[in-house]
Design a protein around this ligand. Structure first.
Ligand code: PBG
Length: 355
């Protein structure tokens, strides 16, 4: 016998919120709590949702290169491009139109301009200062965050000056300070030291203040791990180390207590926001740091994390949009207030209902 649904059953099937009559059947267990009650309809799920990703959480990392009319896709980062400044400005128009409020800028520097001391990194008319000036002029409301580190400018592909196979700390900090000042001078809203030299946050804060840039913020890559997830980014900037690895300055992936030590130092030295990088393999670190400090916490959903999703989706093995949202929601749930992600445009489109 086929029973047609009663009006209340039909409404429940349609997803409406209806109060069910208590069933008389003896098969009903005497359960005080039925968590599934709150999962029954999208309306209920939405009402009790604990973590909501918004476009205001996002910072979009972008790659800039010399020249005109250049737009080169990064092979290991489908959907991400290196742009010459003219086309970057067009792209930023779209980014701003999507409601994204902040970008992080990274430069592709020609080999001829690279040296061991990263001299080009503090050229006041170099690629990044030029780009910052043009962007802030065209889009004054957009937050422009610049990366402070030597690797894109280093002939060695390291984040510091190399001597006898070692990365010099204090000599590198002196260069980073000049780089941060050049970015502030150009109009950067925040500088983001990603080099992991000791003492650089304090040195940069002091120098910025001494030069009158008291309102230029510091987004500190505090817990930055020596990670293989940066591979595609190094393709994008042609910045892979020419020898060795970055383990003498970036953190050991096995360490968590040390992340709190790094955060402590950066806060004491004047960081405005502390960052964990990468994000996905370090959700526990994000969580600990969020509980540890009342500063905003940022997380970098890095190039390798992006590339993995893109690659699996291209094979048809996962659903890209759902995995993207699940991943970013997990990073926020872990404690990130701010997320740097190459998915920013796609997220903005989904959240605005455009896709
Ligand atoms: C450079 C820097 C790196 C990233 C951001 N800034 C690479 C590195 O440390 O080797 C990686 C970002 C990404 O993988 O998306 N200091």
């Amino acid at each position: 016998m086929v029973l047609s649904p009663s009006p209340s059953e039909a409404a429940a099937i349609a997803g409406d919120l209806v109060v069910q009559p208590s069933p008389a059947s003896s098969a009903v267990l005497p359960l005080a709590h039925r968590p599934r009650r709150l999962r029954r309809t999208e309306g209920l799920r939405r009402m009790v949702r604990e973590t909501v990703l918004t476009v205001a959480d996002l910072i979009y990392p972008m790659f800039v290169m010399e020249g005109r009319g250049q737009r080169q896709e990064v092979p290991s980062m489908p959907g991400c491009y290196r742009y010459s400044l003219d086309l970057l400005l067009e792209e930023i128009r779209e980014v701003v139109g999507l409601g994204i409020g902040a970008i992080a800028l990274f430069p592709l520097i020609p080999d001829a301009q690279k040296d061991n001391a990263g001299t080009e990194s503090y050229n006041p008319t170099g690629l990044i200062p030029q780009a910052v000036r043009a962007i802030k002029q065209a889009f004054p409301q957009l937050l422009v965050i610049t990366d402070v580190a030597l690797d894109p400018y280093s002939s060695m592909g390291h984040d510091g000056i190399v001597e006898d196979g070692e990365i010099l700390n204090d000599e590198t900090v002196a260069v980073l300070v000049k780089q941060a000042l050049a970015h502030a001078e150009a109009g950067a809203d925040m500088v983001a030291p990603s080099d992991m030299m000791d003492g650089r946050i304090g040195a940069i804060r002091q120098a910025l203040d001494a030069e009158g840039w008291i309102n230029v913020g510091i987004l500190a890559y505090s817990a930055k791990y020596a990670s293989a997830y940066y591979g595609p980014f190094r393709d994008a900037l042609e910045s892979a180390p020419k020898f060795g690895d970055k383990k003498t300055y970036q953190m050991d992936p096995a360490n968590a207590a040390e992340a709190l030590k790094e955060v402590d130092l950066d806060i004491a030295e004047g960081a405005d926001i502390v960052m964990v990088k990468p994000a996905l393999a370090y959700l526990d670190i994000i969580h600990r740091i969020k509980q540890y400090t009342n500063l905003p916490v940022a997380a970098y959903n890095v190039s390798g994390e992006y590339a993995m999703v893109k690659a699996a989706a291209a094979q048809g093995w996962i659903d890209e949009q759902t995995v993207m949202l699940e991943t970013l929601t997990s990073i926020k749930r872990a404690g990130a207030d701010v997320i740097l992600t190459y998915f920013a445009k796609e997220v903005a489109r989904v959240l605005s209902g455009e896709r």
